[in-house]
Design a protein around this ligand. Structure first.
Ligand code: PLP
Length: 376
């Protein structure tokens, strides 16, 4: 059996190596490293895939969130609501722009931001909501868009973990994750469902004016070379990364199906176990399993991790500390006990190996090892 990895980018690369190596060599032969034709082609292909009017490639997912917030002209002190159970980048850019992150709790079963908690956190200073499509499925966008409309708020979807997921609205219409709110932001970090071979990211919007503004912001705020109309940043996707992403975008749906079939095997093995809770599916979203995250109930979660590690099975705790308990994001607004769901989740969750290359014998070995520990 091949060694089990949390994410197996080595085997994945081997399968597309000839195509990728040729594409990289082609960029080097052209020496069009920045804003070359590959970036433009990737942009158009991603717009087609997502059925969104504008994709703005940028340097990483954190920048994507930051540029989105810069384009909305939010002012220092404006409040932006997001989940306390997420990766730090979501809140980091809010704080960096001198906006006020207002953290709220999540649903205990889906791990997704709780719309009722969003509504309860709205004040006259609230300007935006950042739902995080955590672990690969969409937050309740019907509710979030209803709340945003009622209170005149922007919605920035953090879809770093859910590219390719499909949301079905209450009226039956569908849309890809990241194309529903005012702006969507994603990451192409190597381990993401659509990952490049370094850092990368992109911003999506259906709004022509916002798109034009964000294209300027990612390129030093310039409308034409050396004419700077706004304060911007340097956040560009390299041509080599774009060339790789074009190849991997063609595989994305198959990659997500591979993740879903590994998840189905895990579900089947753990679904009925009294000490394990499989990840609940959100009502209106497909799940593309960026992570497969179990909750361990009435058994030693950290003991399970150690047991798996002894058997050369990696696992991760996403996330070990809620954002409101991190020193950088501590606030008088909320101390320990403020968000009981998340505070409980950080003690219970464990993410198992999840990627596109898991083999049936690896999955069986992981399942048997988990059950050996839990049943002992
Ligand atoms: C939910 C979430 N938001 C934002 C980011 C930031 O993306 P990046 O690492 O590309 O800056 C990540 C990924 O790391 C993430 O998981």
């Amino acid at each position: 059996m091949q060694p089990i990895r949390m994410v197996d980018l080595i085997t994945q690369y081997q399968k597309i190596k000839p195509e990728v190596d040729t594409a990289i060599a082609e960029v080097m032969n052209q020496a069009a490293f920045i804003n070359g034709p590959e970036v433009k082609a990737f942009q158009t292909e991603l717009e087609d895939y997502l059925q969104v009017k504008h994709v703005i490639p940028c340097a990483n997912g954190t920048d994507a969130l930051q540029v989105a917030m810069m384009a909305l002209d939010l002012q220092p002190g404006d409040e932006v609501i997001t989940a306390t159970f997420t990766y730090v980048a979501t809140a980091e850019v809010i704080a960096l722009l001198k906006l006020t992150p207002v953290l709220v709790d999540v649903d205990p079963e889906t791990f997704l931001i709780d719309p009722a908690a969003i509504e309860a956190a709205i004040t006259p200073k609230t300007k935006a909501i950042v739902p995080v499509h955590l672990f690969g499925q969409c937050a309740n966008m019907d509710e979030i868009m209803r709340i945003a409309k009622a209170h005149n708020l922007f919605v920035i979807e953090d879809t770093a973990q859910a590219i390719g997921a499909t949301y079905t609205f209450a009226d039956g219409n569908t849309a890809k994750a990241g194309t529903i709110g005012t702006i969507g932001a994603t990451s192409f970090f190597p381990s993401k469902n659509l990952g490049c071979f370094g850092d990368g990211g992109a911003i999506f919007t259906q709004d022509d004016d916002l798109a034009a503004k964000m294209r300027m912001i990612v390129n030093h705020g310039q409308s034409k070379q050396y004419y700077h109309d706004s304060i911007g940043v340097n956040s560009r996707l390299d041509s080599i990364q774009a060339a790789i992403l074009r190849i991997k975008l063609r595989q994305l749906d198959d990659y997500n199906v591979s993740r879903q079939s590994a998840a189905a095997a895990y579900d089947k093995a753990f679904g009925e176990h009294p000490k394990l809770r499989i990840p609940a599916r959100a009502a209106n979203s497909t799940h593309v399993f960026h992570q497969y995250t179990l909750k361990v109930k009435g058994a030693d979660r950290d003991g399970l991790r150690a047991y798996l590690a002894d058997r050369d099975i990696p696992s991760m705790i996403y996330y070990p500390v809620a954002l409101h308990m991190q020193s950088a994001y501590a606030s008088d607004r909320y101390g320990k006990g403020a968000f009981p769901v998340t505070e409980n989740l950080v003690e219970e969750v464990i993410s198992l190996p999840m990627h596109t290359e898991l083999t049936p014998d690896q999955i069986e070995y992981i399942i048997n090892s988990v059950l050996e520990f839990i049943n002992q």
